[in-house]
Design a protein around this ligand. Structure first.
Ligand code: ATR
Length: 525
């Protein structure tokens, strides 16, 4: 339901807005505090005459209840309206047949109950919207839930909660509050004010908010961030029409949603891979990438919303750990989480990176008792060393900066060498965990080609390009290779197993990612 707030300077102009609003929208909100000479009976009568089906909301905010952080050209406010006068006006609205009256939670229990009992006594069908606004910020989801319950407790027919979005993630809180209300069978109007809150204005009605507010073309806004009714309708039409492609927001409760949290995430192939897999696994759900600025807020969103699982990528793999309720033993040992499982609000962190890497090698060669040289000493190298040790292999760390190699080697009690010594090293497997050779530096390799004959198997964790220079050099010398794609899809399959309990279609995932990467390579040539 879309509602047009009526905020005109004069009663006469308000009549015109009502007329247009009644045609274009489902409801009109008579902001009696903003129409100086507004005559309530006349305005309600005009709305009824303009359309029989249009719903009428009557609101009268006192100045202290309606401060706005952004200058908005609001014509007038009734100064010094007492609470008693406001209650009288709302009672009058009930008698005149308004469909809804809006009263702030801040007006207090007594005032709200007065209105509610008045409605009962008059046997009116009017409903009470108990509203709460924060014009400067969006508090935590926990605080919003407390406010929600306070509104419910005083007997709200409809709860209205509208904070001000300071960051994109604030929208997630508000949308998750809608889910929270629906699960409790409570009608809610929720959205964020402000430019950054616009996305919630579009999404909220689609997501289950009882109504959304919009303005007429050329009309006055009553809160920052409002769009025209036409724009909102167009968005909603598109969202409904493309219901499948915007599933993350539109899935019915019970479906499984998954997200990627990282920064940046624009080039990630995880959404493509996971969505293909989910479809093949016949799991009603969608995976989408979020570029996160505020990790704490994003985690709150996962908890509150219908999100079954998350992938975590750079730069949050370590920092995310402090927000989780449980950390699996492997992830704790690695000091990094790349997977979150949400079990009804309880978040557990796992790491499937090491598993992806190790199973890719294990598929070709039994690791137990083998010597495996790892180039690099960062997070991926750590995952490799950890996994190799766990499988009974003997890792050797080789790194450009010897001190970093030493730190890792001390932790896992294994030998270490500077990268310059690569020519002297012989091992069953060589694994590159550095970014050398990654797109766009596709003509670089971390090691000179001739040394590759000292290994039986060479693996790269880089998957873009599919065949790095390191792997091409190895193949030229008859050395077997494992492309990074193998690790990438296996860590993804590990995530799907944790989220769904089912085996993921590895071959399909590989094919999907390979084809996309080939297309990218062809385009760049
Ligand atoms: P990740 O978490 O992906 O492993 P990281 O923690 O940044 O990433 O680690 C990257 C590793 O690649 C480091 O060991 C780095 O070597 P230094 O310790 O000497 O910095 C290595 N690396 C990055 N660029 C490199 C290059 N051009 N040549 C050699 N090693 C490189």
């Amino acid at each position: 339901m879309i509602c047009i707030p009526v905020t005109d300077k004069t009663h006469k102009d308000a009549l015109q807005t009502i007329e247009r609003g009644a045609q274009e929208a489902d409801a009109v909100e008579l902001r009696m505090d903003l129409i100086p000479d507004g005559d309530l009976p006349g305005l309600i009568d005009a709305a009824r005459r303009a359309s029989k089906r249009v719903k009428i909301i009557v609101t009268c905010r006192r100045p202290e209840e309606a401060l706005l952080p952004e200058p908005i050209d609001l014509p007038f406010r009734k100064e010094g309206l007492s609470l008693a006068a406001k209650i009288d006006l709302l009672k009058q609205a009930v008698e005149l047949g308004a469909d809804f009256v809006d009263i702030e939670l801040a007006c207090g229990d007594r005032a709200i109950r007065q209105i509610l009992s008045f409605i009962r006594r008059r046997k009116s069908t009017a409903r009470v919207i108990v509203s709460w606004h924060d014009v400067s910020q969006a508090p935590s989801l926990a605080k919003l839930k407390t406010i929600f319950h306070a509104c419910m407790k005083v007997g709200a027919d409809i709860v209205k909660i509208v904070p001000y979005a300071r960051k994109m993630e604030d929208n997630l809180k508000v949308l998750s509050l809608i889910d929270y209300a629906i699960a409790r069978d409570q009608k809610i109007i929720a959205m964020c004010m402000g430019e950054l809150g616009q996305i919630s204005r579009i999404m909220a009605p689609v997501w289950g908010s009882y109504l959304g507010f919009a303005v007429l073309r050329g009309g006055k806004k009553s809160a920052p961030g409002q769009m025209t009714a036409r724009t909102m309708k167009e968005f909603q039409h598109l969202l409904q029409r493309n219901r499948r492609s915007v599933q993350p927001w539109l899935l019915p409760p019970g479906a499984s949603n998954f997200v990627l949290l990282g920064h940046p995430v624009r080039h990630s192939l995880s959404p493509l891979m996971h969505n293909k897999a989910l479809e093949a696994m016949q799991i009603e759900g969608h995976y989408s990438a979020f570029c996160v600025n505020d990790l704490a807020a994003a985690i709150e969103g996962i908890r509150g919303m219908n999100i079954r699982g998350a992938s975590v990528t750079i730069p949050f793999k370590t920092t995310v750990m402090e927000y989780l309720d449980e950390i699996d033993e492997d992830a704790a040992a690695l000091g990094a989480v790349n997977t979150i499982v949400n079990d009804r609000g309880r978040l557990a962190g796992y790491n499937t990176d090491w598993l992806g890497l190790i199973t890719a090698v294990q598929d070709r060669m039994n690791i137990a008792g083998k010597t495996i040289a790892i180039i690099g000493a960062g997070g991926t190298a750590r995952a490799a060393v950890y996994g190799i040790k766990k499988q009974g292999g003997n890792p050797i760390i080789i790194n450009r900066t010897l001190d970093k190699a030493r730190v890792l080697a001390t932790l896992f009690d294994c030998p270490f060498y500077p990268l310059s010594a690569i020519g002297k090293i012989r091992a069953h497997v060589l694994i590159n965990t550095t970014s050398v050779g990654m797109y766009p530096q596709i003509h670089q390799s971390p090691v000179p080609a001739p040394v590759l004959v000292n290994f039986e198997l060479v693996m790269d964790v880089i998957y873009n390009p599919l065949m790095t220079k390191l792997l091409r050099d190895a193949e030229t010398r008859g050395v077997k290779t494992i492309p990074g794609l193998e690790m990438f899809v296996r860590q993804g399959a590990g995530q799907l197993k944790l989220w769904t309990g089912k085996e993921a279609p590895l071959a399909l995932m590989k094919k999907t990612v390979r084809e996309r990467l080939k297309n990218i390579e062809n385009r760049d040539e």
